[in-house]
Design a protein around this ligand. Structure first.
Ligand SMILES: NC(=O)c1ccc[n+]([C@@H]2O[C@H](COP(=O)([O-])OP(=O)(O)OC[C@H]3O[C@@H](n4cnc5c(N)ncnc54)[C@H](OP(=O)(O)O)[C@@H]3O)[C@@H](O)[C@H]2O)c1
Length: 341
């Protein structure tokens, strides 16, 4: 009897030791299969939405690392002001900051032509960051039909047009990074974001499919999921946010654009597919990783190990969000229990 138990214990120990050794081996091999780092010194980075908020902070971070930057947005005065701010961070005399006024969502030919002009001045685009975006928050039935269309045009098509303008060149040169700034609202649907969330989910489909196409050409895609970030765009959005959306958002913190930008640029340089900020962001990325590309064995292993636990935690979050929505509805409608008929 004792002999059998001890034999089983030994076999269990051997199995555990084997798994631990295998995991350690994968960790050690991880750097060998990761994409090669993209040095930003002397690189040309195009940042859409570069005149404000997260885009401007990303431009500053890239310039600090020695890149030449093209800022893309519509309002010329804001662009010029941003150009001056970004220029304050250059680290050598050869760096240049260019700004281009264009609506990224309007006409592909126009977008292609301005990117071509930027490439003539600052060289081929090494990194494209799609940060131009806008949001509308409100109850589904209160949002005008044309707003759904406008948001899809700016947040999704705007990123498609710029990518179409640079990806062929990147494939030819066997080098490049394309960054899409999605949102945590592109990982889960929240009250008030029926117009905004789908545009950010759409970026995920684009990023995943594009990554599979361009990976053999040494071009890497990064999909960033920023949390609430203290930007002019955030303060504009908050004005119309339903109470439910505000209460749900309050459960997470408000981040500074400089911090968010550092994380995004670091992940893009390393060629990481997912880019998240903070512990909530890490949990959401792991939870929603599904069939998304993995750029390191370490990341894949972490997802395998944590997914079940994070799903359990997410159920508590969902219960608390549902409870917020139910209480707000009862208060608004002056009833003591939710209507069922
Ligand atoms: N702030 C947050 O809490 C947060 C959280 C998650 C994700 N995000 C995403 O992060 C990105 C940046 O957000 P932000 O808060 O930094 O916004 P922001 O401060 O409002 O900046 C938006 C930038 O995009 C430009 N832009 C807007 N529409 C454009 C268009 N059609 N063509 C060209 N440029 C356009 C704006 O310049 P012009 O208006 O002059 O064109 C501006 O430079 C957005 O995609 C947003 O959805 C933000």
């Amino acid at each position: 009897m004792f002999g059998v138990v001890s034999l089983q214990s030994v076999m269990l120990l051997v199995a555990v030791a084997f798994v631990v050794a295998f995991v350690l081996l994968l960790y050690m091999l991880s750097p060998l299969v990761n994409p090669a780092r993209l040095g930003l010194s002397g690189a040309h980075v195009v940042v859409t939405g570069g005149s404000s908020g997260i885009g401007k902070a990303i431009a500053i971070e890239c310039v600090r690392q020695g890149a030449c930057v093209t800022l893309v947005a519509r309002n010329e005065a804001k662009l010029l002001q941003a150009k001056r701010e970004v220029e304050e961070h250059v680290v050598n005399e050869s760096q240049a900051v260019l700004c281009i006024s264009v609506d990224v969502s309007n006409d592909f030919n126009q977008v292609e032509s301005v990117i071509k002009q930027a490439q003539e001045k600052l060289g081929p685009v090494d990194m494209l960051v799609n940060a131009a975006g806008t949001s509308v928050a409100g109850r589904f039935e209160d949002i005008k039909p044309q707003e759904f269309k406008r948001l899809m045009e700016v947040n999704y098509l705007g990123s498609v047009f710029t990518s179409l303008a640079v990806v062929p060149g990147m494939k030819e040169r066997r080098k490049g990074r394309v960054v899409y700034v999605s949102s945590q609202a592109g990982q889960l649907g929240l009250y008030g974001f029926t117009a905004y969330s789908p545009t950010k989910f759409a970026l995920r489909g684009l990023a995943e499919a594009l990554q599979m196409e361009v990976k053999p050409y040494n071009v890497y895609v990064t999909l960033a999921f920023p949390p609430d970030t203290d930007t002019p765009g955030f303060h504009e959005e908050i004005k119309d946010k339903p109470l439910e959306t505000k209460l749900i958002s309050e459960t997470a913190g408000l981040y500074q654009p400089e911090f968010v930008a550092k994380v995004i640029v670091k992940d893009a340089v390393l060629g990481n597919f997912n880019s998240s900020v903070g512990s909530d962001g890490y949990m959401l990325c792991s939870l929603t990783s599904g069939m998304s590309p993995v750029t390191s064995i370490t990341e894949g292993l972490q997802q395998v190990v944590t997914m079940g636990l994070f799903r359990l935690i997410s159920l508590f979050y969902l219960c608390s969000f549902d409870s917020i929505v139910r209480r707000c509805m009862m208060k608004r409608e002056g009833c003591t229990s939710p209507k069922t008929e």
